[in-house]
Write a protein that binds this ligand. Structure first.
Ligand code: MG
Length: 384
């Protein structure tokens, strides 16, 4: 009999977390939920604990510890809370795979701890690689920890690279839906609201990443993510706006061949592939009907209307702690836009100015990243 893989899901109540649990639900013979963790969504976390019966349930917001403990008092489950508990939870010996799907900078520390403990990482939290890609990759090599991408584009690239030699990559072709404002003029983009931005044409995602998609910061982050995951300079990562979201990304090799992964836009497929790699598991997820597709189109991104993409390339060219600054300023601007405290285009101004005002560190340590994150957030807040 096959040993079931024990999962730890960080951010289990979010978009990736709930879809990961749906994959587990479909393969009870293969996966078991050992630990789940949420930021604040206590009701859903309780429901997940009752359905999946994990050994550990953790809530990041410590003020919710007592109600969570009381709600699960009849179950044989450890109830924990706070950032230190999350960092400890990911290292527990029974855990095989840590699904890192927390939102934003908060995912960095537990991911580092999980890598050090040698857990296979199914990585959905791209901010972790944006902020500290070099540290993460060095640690993963040192501790022989596989990092498997959950992001749909990076899963597509990863799938295209199976059986290939990475030194033969000529270019990575990273596709982008273009988001809800793909065809808007700069004038129109001045007055769009968070509600407009939250209507993503193809993907159903959390609020933070949906705004990042609309501003194309998400794609900028994914360029940086691709650099670290596949060891290519960002100059070799070409973004293609592909509104149909059927080609999830591709790799062009040194002989001119292009390999792509196609499919219906459904995050459960890349999640399942990260969990089952190198195997493929049967699924009844929706299939892409190629006959129904009128056309597959590819456009060059417009950096004048989507300056965040240019800012991400710039941050990576400068290197050091600059991508960390980019991420921190974006987290502040993204939240401010969702709260109606700044305009859509103003987000890029805040990020750009924060990048020029934060002290540059060429070779940052982990502590430097923590300090940079705090400093950049302060500067970005002052700009609002
Ligand atoms: Mg993506």
């Amino acid at each position: 009999m096959m040993q079931k893989k024990q999962l730890c899901i960080l951010g289990s109540t979010g978009s990736i977390g709930t879809q990961t649990l749906d994959v587990v639900r479909r393969h009870p013979d293969r996966y078991e939920v050992y630990a789940i963790c949420a930021h604040r969504s206590i009701d859903l976390l309780i429901a997940q604990a009752r359905e999946f019966r994990p050994d550990v349930v953790c809530i990041a917001d410590e003020s919710l510890y007592a109600p969570l403990r009381d709600a699960l008092a009849d179950m044989p489950v450890k109830v924990w809370s706070g950032a230190d508990s999350i960092a400890e939870m990911v290292t527990m010996p029974s855990i095989d795979i840590v699904v890192a799907s927390m939102v934003g900078y908060a995912g960095l520390r537990p991911t580092i701890e999980a890598i050090k403990a040698g857990k296979t990482i199914a990585l959905a939290n791209k901010e972790t690689l944006v902020v500290a890609g070099e540290i993460i990759c060095d640690l993963a090599v040192r501790h022989h920890t596989p990092i498997l991408p959950v992001d749909s584009e990076h899963s597509a690239i990863f799938q295209s690279l199976v059986g290939e030699d990475r030194s033969e990559i000529e270019k990575i072709l990273l596709t982008a839906s273009g988001g809800p404002f793909r065809t808007y003029s700069l004038e129109q983009m001045k007055t769009v609201t968070a509600a407009d931005a939250l209507k993503h044409p193809n993907w159903d995602m959390g609020a933070k990443i949906t705004i990042d998609s609309a501003s194309m910061m998400n794609k900028g982050f994914e360029v940086i993510e691709a650099k670290w995951l596949f060891g290519v300079p960002v100059e070799k990562v070409q973004v293609l706006v592909h509104p149909q979201s059927i080609v999830h990304s591709a790799v062009q090799f040194t002989d001119g061949a292009i390999k792509a992964q196609l499919g219906a836009p459904d995050m459960r497929l890349p999640i399942q592939y990260a969990l089952s790699f190198p195997e493929r598991l049967k699924s009844d997820f929706p299939r892409a009907d190629l006959f129904a597709l009128k056309d597959l189109t590819f456009e060059e991104p417009d950096l004048a209307r989507f300056p965040n993409l240019a800012l991400a390339y710039e941050a990576m060219r400068q290197g050091g702690n600059m991508p960390c600054v980019l991420n921190a300023a974006n987290e502040v601007a993204n939240l401010a836009f969702r709260q109606g405290r700044c305009g859509f285009l103003q987000m890029s101004d805040i990020i750009r100015t924060t990048m020029t005002r934060t002290d540059f560190i060429h070779k940052p340590t982990y502590d430097d990243y923590v300090a940079t994150d705090a400093a950049a957030r302060r500067i970005a807040e002052e700009l609002l």
